[in-house]
Design a protein around this ligand. Structure first.
Ligand SMILES: *Cc1c(COP(=O)(O)O)cnc(C)c1O
Length: 394
């Protein structure tokens, strides 16, 4: 691969897949792998789901793309559905998570300017991940990812994740919004204190800041709710979606409500591909399937089963420092760096991910079944049990 014409922006594992079915991927030799990563929370319905295949096939035979210069019925229908599930009021469609967050950042600035703030600021979190485009990268709390790309777009104020008092203590009059993940994904499947989002909601309402929730990874059933913040009973002003929404077809969305509802008008934002018929039809099939097959409750149950079984089997080991998450977004934090587990797991026929150095991250498709859960738990626990015992802390 060394002389490939691909720009080497990714450290790739030495494997390619030929086809997939349900929670399984098959390589060219016919070996099968249990997919506990789902394309990083993208393949919500697993691989080759018949409902998604049928929807895409039918749509492709009618219309792939027209233009946002025209009405697009499936886009309108998808916006209706997303608003019905979320209580949000309107949707802008893009093609990725970064783009959804770019829209949110632009909305925050419009909101600031509407309040006569010349240089509006957005409060963001340590260890946040919001994407790789420049403004999303500036919002991302990772100096390594930013390195070399300076100057970063300005206007971000960073506080520790989960620290409501730190946000409350900010007295910068230029603040226009808070951008936050309900559970940090890339940052290590970090779950904030129970009152964090509700506290931010109150604070944002009191101070006329937009509460902007990045549900790119947590949204569309991943945590056993349509959107993770719904577990806390609040409604944000802006919500960003992407990853699982199209079940593998690229689509992103920024949803608005309340004070964010009227900020964008004709000509203020746009995307050539955003919300095209193919992507919207795929997303509608994903939403239909989650609803018809009761996948929210299923994701809750399967996630609970994975977490309790792992807890019971390896929770007491010194190497395991925490098991956390919601629904099928699960993090197992170890006392040692564990990036090598990705290769070992693959050699045992399981695809998983390690993030934030020492957190095993499981993001299986929402359709994973009980027998596959048993297999996943078994392999993950075996890997953890055979990790070297950590050196005693002094
Ligand atoms: C993956 C991710 C993004 C970026 O999405 P892209 O589609 O890669 O641009 C943004 N926010 C969160 C929380 C993510 O997990």
């Amino acid at each position: 691969m060394a002389d490939s014409h691909l720009i080497p922006t990714y450290k790739r594992q030495p494997i390619a897949f030929e086809r997939g079915e349900g929670a399984w991927l098959y390589d060219s030799q016919g070996n099968r792998y249990l997919d506990a990563l789902a394309g990083i929370a993208v393949n919500a319905l697993g691989h080759s789901h018949p409902a998604l295949v049928a929807a895409i096939t039918d749509q492709a035979s009618r219309l792939l793309h027209t233009s946002n210069l025209y009405e697009i019925d499936v886009q309108t229908a998808l916006a209706d559905r997303l608003c019905a599930y979320s209580g949000m009021e309107a949707v802008f469609f893009g093609n990725s998570g970064s783009e959804a967050n770019e829209a949110a950042i632009k909305l925050a600035r419009l909101h600031g300017h509407a309040r006569d703030i010349d240089a509006p600021r957005i409060v963001v979190m340590e260890n946040a991940f919001h994407g790789r485009t420049l403004a999303a990268l500036a919002a991302t709390g990772n100096v390594n990812a930013q390195k070399g790309f300076e100057p970063m777009p300005e206007g971000f104020i960073r506080v520790p994740y989960g620290d409501l008092a730190a946000v409350e203590a900010l007295d910068d009059t230029r603040i226009a919004a808070v951008l936050v993940e309900p559970i940090q994904g890339e940052g290590g499947v970090r779950v904030p204190p129970a009152d964090f989002l509700a506290g931010l909601r109150t604070l944002c309402s009191d101070r006329d800041w937009l509460l902007m929730i990045d549900e790119v990874q947590t949204g569309v059933g991943r945590t056993g709710h349509w959107f993770a913040h719904q577990a806390t009973g609040i409604t944000p002003d802006v919500m960003c979606l992407a990853k699982g929404l199209g079940g593998g077809v690229p689509i992103g969305a920024a949803l608005v409500a309340g004070p964010a509802r009227t900020l964008f008008g004709p000509g203020s934002h746009g995307s050539t591909f955003g919300g095209n018929p193919l992507a919207c039809r795929a997303a509608l099939a994903v939403l239909d399937t989650i609803e018809n097959d009761k996948l929210l409750a299923h994701a809750q149950a399967m996630g609970e089963s994975i977490r309790t079984q792992i807890e019971a089997r390896v929770g007491e080991l010194d190497i395991v420092t925490d098991i956390r998450g919601a629904g099928l977004m699960i993090g197992i934090e170890l006392a040692e760096p564990c990036a090598a587990l990705v290769d070992t797991a693959r050699e045992h026929g399981v695809l998983l991910n390690v993030t934030a150095t020492n957190v095993i991250r499981l993001l299986p498709p929402l359709i994973i079944g009980p027998a596959e859960v048993e297999r996943l738990v078994d392999v993950v626990c075996q890997l953890i049990e055979t990790m070297p015992i950590p050196a005693t802390q002094t």
